[in-house]
Design a protein around this ligand. Structure first.
Ligand code: DAH
Length: 345
């Protein structure tokens, strides 16, 4: 091997052994730098004759080109390796399943309340909201249930300071809402004009001392009230039948109005429904209390019972939720077990 070939081979080997770009640049200097081996050889040309310069110069140049080409290749290889290492370091394993964020949702009873509001809303009912800590007046007395009335014993409840109670039903909202309505239209009413009808539902939490599979100390009710100059029991039947059939998406659902007693209505009826199909087919299930609003209650609303008449009802959304989803223990709704509740999303 001649000298030039030997230098070229040495350069290639040295380049191959350089492990980093910085090392490679150092090694390059040994061959191509100012006092590198190739530069020394070029300097040696000065001592040669013209003829020799030509051929020797050409040979040196060839060797130099080969070394430079090897250097470029090695530079590229090192840069590629560095990029690969970087890529590997930053690699994302996109085959791993993502971390899921469980989505929240509404409580099944809230879903029922929304449904009730939607259906009655489509029939022109307003939605009213009221306090859960209630006065004796609104919870009992104004509803024709004075102190010591035997009907109070059915509403065993939680008393709080100052003679207030945790409301035992949503019926106090009948009075609260009607009084506001009447106040707004007082001038018109006094002038003998036609008061806009009261048509409202009032869903919310209610409380009684009760606890078993179908009763919870905290439960929900939804009150309904329709008062006008010409609202009859027939309207109650139509509205409530329509509501139940829409709620249960069952056009052949049968309703039964069973005579009953409530101090605030006369006559009064309990409303039972009967499914024609499905697991509950044939059974009568009570879903609401109802009746024609008692004249004393109409009077407590600030209206003349000789002129204004209407109906009211109170239903249990918890019960409707149980029926709709086939749940047989009411307490499950309020235990707060996410495994149970998430099934309704
Ligand atoms: N408030 C009654 C209860 O909790 C239910 C009820 C019955 C409401 C008849 C009414 C009604 O508005 O007219 O048992």
């Amino acid at each position: 091997m001649n000298e030039l070939d030997a230098i070229t081979a040495a350069a290639k080997q040295a380049f191959a052994q350089a492990a980093t770009p910085a090392e490679l640049e150092n090694v390059k200097a040994q061959f191509l730098g100012k006092s590198g081996r190739m530069t020394e050889l070029m300097k040696g040309l000065a001592a040669l004759s013209v003829e020799e310069k030509k051929s020797r110069g050409a040979a040196i140049n060839l060797a130099k080109q080969a070394i430079e080409a090897a250097l470029t290749d090695r530079r590229q290889a090192l840069a590629d390796a560095e990029l690969q290492a970087q890529l590997q370091l930053e690699a994302l394993d996109v085959s791993l399943p993502g971390r899921q964020r469980p989505g929240g949702g509404l409580h099944p009873v809230s879903l029922t309340l929304e449904r009730i509001e939607g259906i009655f809303g489509s029939m022109g009912f307003e939605v009213a909201d009221g306090p859960e800590i209630e006065t004796d007046w609104f919870n009992f007395t104004a509803l024709n249930t004075p102190e010591n009335h035997p009907a109070r014993s059915m509403h065993d409840t939680f008393y709080v300071e100052g003679g207030h109670v945790l409301r035992t039903h949503t019926s106090p909202m009948q009075i609260r809402h009607a009084v506001q309505h009447v106040k707004r239209h007082r001038a018109l009413i006094d002038a003998g004009g036609a008061m806009p009808e009261i048509r409202v539902i009032a869903p919310g939490r209610t409380y009684r001392v009760d606890s078993d599979a179908t009763h919870s100390p905290m439960f929900h009710q939804c009150e309904g009230l329709w008062i006008g100059e010409n609202v009859s029991f027939k309207d109650l039947k139509v509205v409530f039948t329509d509501f139940c059939r829409t709620f249960f998406e069952s056009s052949d659902l049968v309703l039964r109005f069973r005579p009953s007693f409530f101090p605030f209505t006369e006559p009064s009826a309990e409303i039972d429904i009967q499914f024609q199909n499905g697991p509950l087919a044939g059974r009568w299930l009570e879903v609401a209390g109802s009746g024609q609003v008692h004249p004393n209650v109409v009077r407590n609303m600030g209206l003349d019972p000789e002129k204004y008449i209407g109906f009211a009802f109170g239903m249990g959304p918890d019960r409707l939720t149980m029926l709709r989803y086939g749940v047989n223990d009411l307490r499950l709704f309020f235990d707060g077990d996410i495994r149970f509740l998430s099934q309704f999303q």
